[in-house]
Ligand binder design. Structure first.
Ligand code: HT7
Ligand code: ZN
Length: 883
């Protein structure tokens, strides 16, 4: 098959001004009558054929201008409805189709979750409901009439405002039916269409917009779970208020509804006025959700709400522009969460997530541009590169042009492109105009894939009092891109003396350049640049890439003494944390090499002492928790880069945890005792930070003093009144194989067997155990009554957690982990290709493995590639992974 190419974009030949849908819900034969008001697009090709997209549709009737078309005028197949010579004037097209929601295991189009009916149309699901120009640049006003059995679906929701509802005469089958009509006045692309029908419980509230309009808010959940939606509602109201103050964006409909369902391919969907959510991102109580879950709920609720302006009011011209809505909306949700919580801690968490998910993507065979130029399957482009790197690029833009110009650029974007389907060029042009800067080189961040390497080297001349910094950037080839132009990299930095930050003075005659340097942000837009600082009295420690000012890999050979100084003194909370990570990463990399050479790793007391000071001096427990948490095994693998032996990495990390746990024992015990829960539960950042530090201390104690640690963990497991503390204690106990662990696992299941989302945590924890018998445990768990391959959350928590969160067992030396995941991918593919393909992308770093494992991973991938019948989703991932 040929890929879709950005350069081939053509405006649609026809426009669809309005869509009237009449949907009769039925478990196996839902009827959809659609009336489309179509007209030729003045910007399209005259007399072009009209080809509407379909996917697996059964056609019942067709009319053009309300009359049956003559033979041959309309050619239909399940995948397409074509008019070779459509009227060259406005006309209506009526089509009645039938679909089977119960058989829809792909969870795209109209499907059922439990007994409820719901839809997922992004990116190309609307064509599984009715024939349409299913592309984001066709904007239409929708009116939707829903009809259903009142007993089966007392609730009928669609986009927009409710205009009418009522009872229908009981039919011959004796079923009492009712209807509801929803109208959405805002023209929207088909991917934002949604409907829900079912018997659900709900909570309601209202939001008064800054211009005084009252918006009715509703969250719909399974009956009995209403109290669990309170935090989501609170998050929604805070997000609505924040968007008004931070971005000047007000909500525009009379209602905003959220429906939580348990069968969902992704996190949530921003359908206009009717967001549909994976219930994982709605339901929370202290006893069932961790602090991380609360933070995710807040972030995802906000993210989908923010799409109302960045995605819905201004949408994407085509799917190549996906980052226009996703990167920007992630940027906005990060800003929101930073304002709601600790900005410093949030930045660290975001960078950890970027490095864990996006850096390996950029370094492997699935690397692609933030704005891709070709795709085979758009479903596979909902990636960390589009979302997280897309957000980083916008963050960089803000650093580059300054907050004021950035804010003016955003206002201009909202004003100029409201109601349109825009491009990334349109977006960037607003900032070029607002700042008066030429951003054409900056645009390379959208056109070139791969993570640039920023190399820094420095020298200090004591007699001259100068500190010279040399910066150099380089980028490795990525698929389809052998050569790269230099990126525009804002490098925020400072010089740290024994007592803290030093003033930045430079040796340059150029006033603009001096101003730039003295502001602490240098722009590296050429392959290299040298900066000389003057009046530097003693050798400073370089604090570079403050705030993680650009998504690059940094290579700077800071001395260990400098790192210790930064850990103690850096005024930038990100680089202070980074110094601790860099120090740990060095120790771990050395330890991996030692283990590989059959030697035992050397101990380092300076690092342990530095962490001791963090524990005694840090005022913010959440930040201290980040400081004492070592790089993950995947982080270490990435730092090493090639010839990866996951077992050596695991052993090295365990060794360092044990050394810290032993070395800091008394500090950790003090912290653990000092931060014991007191007072009523609060999900706020301060209380969550205390729990985070206490549990990080417990984890290290368990590594350093297994018996004492296990005793603390057992006590915590027995008495915990929050899920955060309960799962942390279970995780700590699970470090040691044996009776205690198995008993705790059984107890946890017994306590929570009725709650699928908590059972998911139980699956995930077991899937990530480093023990040799983990795979057989997982295989057994696939037969557990709580597990189902039909539910994406279950698959992700068991198989997904194994493939992406268990470095040693997924990459087991005998290839058993690869074989298992391949087997699951093949079995899932016919049922839910989107979930299967996402699982397969866990192989994205296979080329970095040591030769034995690498060969086994390749063989496993080839077993998929040779299959004749594969979904487009899995075919695309396997071909690119091997390409
Ligand atoms: N815009 C949405 C992306 C999405 C999606 C959501 C649920 C199921 C399938 C989906 N395909 C694409 C979610 C978001 O980023 O906000
Ligand atoms: Zn989004």
């Amino acid at each position: 098959a040929e890929p879709v190419r950005l350069k081939d974009y053509k405006a649609p030949d026809y426009l669809i001004d309005s869509v009237d849908l009449n949907v009769k819900l039925h478990p196996t034969a839902a009827r959809v009558v659609s009336r489309l008001s179509i007209r030729p697009n003045p910007n399209g090709r005259p007399d072009a054929a009209l080809i509407l997209d379909g996917d697996g549709l059964i056609v019942k009737s067709i009319a053009i201008d309300r009359a049956a078309p003559a033979d041959g005028v309309v050619v239909v197949s399940p995948q397409q409805l074509a008019l070779a010579n459509p009227p060259q004037r406005p006309f209506t097209l009526d089509v009645e189709t039938e679909v089977n929601p119960t058989a829809n295991s792909r969870l795209m189009g109209l499907f059922r979750s439990g007994s409820a009916y719901c839809t997922q149309c992004e990116p190309e699901g609307f064509r599984r409901i009715t024939f349409f120009l299913d592309r984001p640049d066709v904007l239409s006003v929708y009116t939707v009439r829903l009809e259903a059995s009142r007993a089966e679906a007392p609730l009928l929701l669609a986009n927009g405002n409710l205009v009418e509802a009522g009872e229908l005469a009981t039919g011959e089958d004796g079923v009492a039916r009712h209807y509801a009509v929803w109208h959405d006045p805002f023209p929207k692309p088909s991917y934002l269409f949604a409907l829900v029908g079912g018997d659900l419980g709900s909570i309601h509230d209202a939001f008064l917009t800054r211009s005084g309009r009252r918006v009715a808010l509703g969250i719909y959940v399974e009956h009995g779970k209403e109290p669990l939606a309170a935090y989501a509602m609170d998050s929604l109201k805070r997000a609505m208020a924040w968007d008004e103050t931070a971005f000047g964006r007000e909500y525009d409909l009379d209602v905003f509804n959220i429906v939580a369902v348990s069968d969902f391919n992704m996190g949530a969907m921003e359908n206009k006025g009717l967001n549909i959510f994976n219930d994982k991102y709605v339901l929370a109580s202290p006893a069932t959700a961790t602090d991380a879950d609360y933070a995710h709920i807040e972030a995802v609720i906000a993210h989908e709400y923010f799409h109302n302006w960045t995605g819905n009011r201004i949408t994407c011209r085509d799917w190549f522009q996906l980052c226009l809505k996703e990167g920007l909306t992630v940027f906005r949700d990060h800003e929101f969460s930073s304002d709601m919580r600790s900005r410093a801690v949030h930045r660290i968490a975001d960078v950890r997530a970027l490095r864990a998910a996006q850096f390996p993507e950029d370094a492997g065979p699935l690397a692609h541009n933030v704005r891709p130029e070709t795709y085979y399957e758009i479903n596979n482009f909902y990636t960390a590169t589009i979302y997280e790197k897309g957000a980083e690029v916008i963050r960089m833009l803000k650093v580059l042009i300054g907050a004021e110009s950035f804010s003016r650029g955003m206002d201009l974007y909202f004003e100029r492109y409201d109601g349109t389907a825009a491009t990334v060029e349109d977006f960037i042009s607003c900032f070029a105009e607002a700042s008066g800067r030429d951003l054409s080189d900056f645009f390379r961040w959208y056109r070139q894939s791969g993570t640039p390497l920023l190399e820094a080297a420095s020298s200090y001349d004591a007699s001259a009092g100068t500190f010279t910094l040399h910066l150099e950037q380089s980028s490795k080839p990525t698929p389809g891109q052998d050569h790269k132009e230099p990126f525009v990299i804002p490098v925020a930095l400072g010089l740290v003396g024994p007592d803290g930050d030093l003033p930045l003075k430079t040796e340059t005659d150029n006033a603009a350049s001096a101003r730039e340097i003295e502001s602490g942000v240098f722009v590296l837009s050429t392959p290299q640049r040298t900066i000389i600082f003057r009046d530097v009295e003693s050798r400073p420690a370089l604090s570079i890439l403050r705030g993680f000012s650009a998504p690059v890999r940094l290579d700077y050979a800071a001395s260990e003494a400098d790192l210790i100084r930064l850990i103690a003194r850096d005024s930038d909370s990100f680089t202070r944390w980074q110094a601790a990570q860099t120090y740990a990463s060095r120790l771990l990399t050395r330890a991996v090499a030692d283990i590989g050479a059959g030697k035992s790793p050397a101990e380092d007391y300076d690092f342990v002492d530095a962490l001791a000071s963090v524990l005694t001096e840090s005022a913010d427990p959440a930040y201290a928790a980040q400081m004492i948490t070592l790089p993950s095994e995947a982080d270490i693998a990435r730092d090493i880069g090639e010839n990866i032996d996951p077992d050596a990495i695991h052993a090295a990390r365990f060794g360092l945890r044990r050394a810290i746990g032993k070395g800091l024992s008394s500090h950790l015990h003090t912290v653990y005792a000092r931060l014991a829960p007191d007072g009523p539960y609060s999900p706020d950042a301060a209380a969550a930070g205390r729990r985070a530090l206490r549990n990080a201390a417990l984890d290290l104690l368990c590594a350093g003093e297994p018996e004492e640690g296990a005793a603390l963990a057992s006590r915590q497991f027995a008495s915990a009144d929050t899920m955060t503390d309960e799962i942390a204690a279970l995780g700590a106990l699970a470090q040691t194989p044996g009776e205690t662990r198995e008993a705790a696992l059984k107890t946890f299941y017994r306590r929570h067997a009725h709650d699928a989302l908590v059972v998911d945590k139980w699956f995930a924890l077991q899937a990530m155990l480093p023990d040799a018998d983990t795979l057989s445990r997982i295989k057994d768990l696939t037969g557990h009554p709580a597990f189902s391959f039909a539910n994406p959350n279950r698959v992700r928590s068991l198989v997904g957690a194994f493939a992406t969160g268990n470095l040693t067992r997924f990459n087991a030396a005998d290839g058993s982990g690869f074989d298992f995941v391949v087997e699951i991918v093949l079995c899932l593919d016919p049922k839910n290709p989107q979930v299967a393909a996402r699982l397969l992308s866990a192989f994205k770093s296979w080329r970095t493995l040591e030769p034995g494992r690498k060969a086994l991973a390749e063989a496993a991938l080839r077993r998929i590639a040779v299959r004749d019948v594969l979904s487009a989703d899995v075919r695309d991932i396997v071909d690119r992974s091997l390409g």
